[in-house]
Design a protein around this ligand. Sequence first.
Ligand SMILES: Nc1ncnc2c1ncn2[C@@H]1O[C@H](COP(=O)(O)OP(=O)(O)OP(=O)(O)O)[C@@H](O)[C@H]1O
Ligand SMILES: [Mg+2]
Length: 276
Amino acid sequence: MSAPLLEIRRLRAELATRNGPLNMLDDVSFTLDPGRVLGLVGESGSGKSATAFAIMGLLDPPARVVGGSIRFAGRDLLGLKEAEMRRLRGNRIAMIFQDPMMTLNPVLTIGAQIVETVLAHAPVGRAEARRRARDVLGRVGVPGPEERLSCHPHQLSGGLRQRVAIAIALLHEPDLIIADEPTTALDATIQAQILREIRDLVAEHRTAVLWITHDLSVAEDLADEIAVMYAGRVVETGPAAALLRRPAHPYTVGLIASQPQGQRGSRLCSAPLGLT
Ligand SMILES: Nc1ncnc2c1ncn2[C@@H]1O[C@H](COP(=O)(O)OP(=O)(O)OP(=O)(O)O)[C@@H](O)[C@H]1O
Ligand SMILES: [Mg+2]
């Protein structure tokens, strides 16, 4: 059997505080293969974003990785130099952040940023790059793509900015997308459209996706497998539907019970949740 694309083993990270180090991540392990989607779920503060930032090499002081390993395509990411890590981030791993301004440059127009991304990845001229920029904006549900190209990020709503950031990640056609709650603030129709685009990307390019979410119905919808985090640990991993129907860990049971009714997908609602 070939090695997984992403393999995280016993990852630990600490947060320096005045009163000494705090455990931020304390035993995070999971693997992800090409063409698969892993949903990373867990209550607020459980370490989901910290895990994503650790993979991207973006965990900054006062936080730092203190143990374990992160292997990507056979390479040990924790041993890479910053320049090598930056190359990986530009090409093979793309992150969609909770805050789209982590991706977008405030001083450049949307068009300039998307066209630059297209040109960096495809041997096409400017006119074709602009056409592709309009096309990708349409695919993530941006109305009037042509007019948006000349806007700066601050002229767009938060939801539109997030869709532009997602469009840029799609254009990278990376091997791995790490998405940190990117659709939480979007309305249901747009969210569904973006999840469809992600599914297409996974099917067509065998992209692997680590999708962080509070919303278990999104996780069930999109993910092949789910990993549940609690207090810096992955406490349970398994096939998405089976894990949500028959959670083994009490924290998973609690997480399912804490989902707002309106957010539960119909399939999740019809699942036997009467666990005591
Ligand atoms: N820059 C920081 N300074 C201090 N504490 C931090 C920092 N970043 C994260 N933490 C702490 O690290 C722990 C893990 O946080 P993390 O942001 O990974 O949680 P999360 O699961 O992503 O939560 P949420 O669902 O709210 O986004 C939490 O206890 C959090 O308070
Ligand atoms: Mg987070």
